[in-house]
Design a protein around this ligand. Structure first.
Ligand SMILES: [Zn+2]
Length: 409
């Protein structure tokens, strides 16, 4: 008997455990440990294990047919203060789903693969959904090789080092296009809990626009420069951020966040001369995302003019909103209903590997509730019952999607 989901998540959570949560960044020791553990479980269940050139790991359960597989999984990396379920749950649950198919004696038409995507969080190299994006052909491989982390280590060098690609796992050629994809994930928001729903069916994943902003003012002595003669970069940044917060609220069904900000020289008795921060804007509606983009430019120009500072805005990343496949959504909803639950449709404000895979294959996502909506924190929590129910829903969804896609091809 393979170990149950809950025990596996506890074991996995030891890799990268810190006092603030879990820190498992791509190609670090903890990340490599997590991937090795995933492989050891897959090996014990006799699945065919491969990795690709960017570090995604696949465990294949054969079907009646050879060829394109149905994929299910999520990521094993975390943000620096991550929790035990974000990503890890979906990757481990996919493996559990393959084992449940084994236990039930179900032979699928398609091969089914459990996948652990590499570097979804972008916590080490500055690119979100690195592994699934490369898999889907969205991220240029040469550009990925050249990415560097904060210590100046390139992706290519990290991949070749001890905690990079796994030495005992074959590396597959290229990135074979799957027949379909379904990802199970914690919601990371409060909606399911709030609505008393246990299984969410994702309708679409929000599009994202990120901007780097640099505010150039003038540094000076905190005691000697009169208020009216100051060009304070931090006050200007604060004003801009508040204006953007109001703009997002006004646009509606859109969110905008500044979660990282660096002040120079960051001294108590020195007027800030320069501030660097990043804007994260999201909506499932492209029109609203466009409106947010326009607001960023307009507000930056206005604040720069009013406060006599220079504000440079550089767009750094844009991902379009991605709708989940209606037929696969229906298959998931059917699986949820079979379990006696009411499928709850909701959009995802968080980005997921599914949004990359959805550009090359029909894709669906299932959410389970997050207590208090907490995620990206060490104490993110989902009840054991909900975790187990999610795996049942995933197993049934995989089987339903297999039947659906087999009928069509
Ligand atoms: Zn995640």
């Amino acid at each position: 008997m393979p170990p149950p989901l809950a025990a596996r998540l506890v074991e996995l959570a030891q890799f990268g455990a810190t006092e603030h949560g879990i820190d498992r960044r791509l190609f670090g020791a903890a990340d490599a440990g997590a991937r090795r553990l995933f492989v050891s479980w897959a090996r014990a269940s006799n699945y065919v294990i491969e990795q690709d050139r960017v570090g995604n790991v696949f465990a294949r359960r054969p079907g009646r047919r050879v060829g394109a597989a149905i994929l299910s999984g999520s990521h094993l990396d975390t943000v620096p203060t991550g929790g035990p379920y974000d990503g890890a749950y979906g990757a481990v649950a996919a493996l559990c789903a393959l084992e449940e198919l084994d236990a039930a004696g179900i032979v699928t038409e398609h091969p089914i693969e459990a996948v652990a995507w590499a570097g979804e969080e972008g916590s080490r190299f500055p690119l979100g959904c690195l592994g699934s994006g490369a898999f889907a052909g969205l991220n240029d491989l040469h550009a990925i090789e050249a990415l560097v982390d904060e210590d100046g280590v390139s992706f290519g060098a990290a991949r070749a080092a001890a905690h990079g690609l796994l030495s005992d796992v074959p590396v597959r050629d290229g990135f074979p296009v799957p027949a379909g994809y379904v990802e199970l994930h914690i919601e990371q928001g409060p909606v399911l809990e709030h609505r008393g729903a246990r299984l969410g069916v994702v309708t679409a994943i929000a599009g994202q626009a990120h901007f780097d902003v640099e505010v150039h003012g003038e540094s000076g002595h905190a005691g000697t420069v009169p208020m009216e003669l100051r060009r304070d970069a931090l006050s200007s940044a604060a004003e801009l951020i508040l204006q953007l917060e109001a703009a997002a609220a006004h646009i509606g069904e859109a969110v905008l966040t500044v979660g990282r900000l660096t002040v120079f020289p960051n001294q108590t008795n020195v007027i800030p001369g320069r501030v660097v921060f990043r804007i994260d804007a999201r909506s499932v509606d492209e029109m609203r995302l466009d409106a947010l983009r326009a607001a960023v430019t307009a507000c930056a120009e206005r604040v720069a003019g009013q406060r006599d500072v220079r504000i440079d805005v550089t767009p750094i990343e844009k991902r379009c909103a991605v709708a989940m496949d209606p037929r696969l959504r229906a298959a998931v909803a059917e699986a949820v209903t079979e379990l006696g639950e009411v499928p709850f449709d909701l959009p995802s404000g968080a980005g997921h590997d599914a949004m990359c895979v959805a550009t090359i294959a029909p894709a669906a996502m299932i959410f389970v509730p997050s207590a208090g909506g907490r995620s990206h924190v060490g104490n993110e929590y989902t009840t054991p019952d909900d975790l187990a129910l999610g795996v049942s829903a995933l197993t049934r969804s995989i089987a339903a999607i297999d039947r659906l896609l087999a009928k069509e091809s």
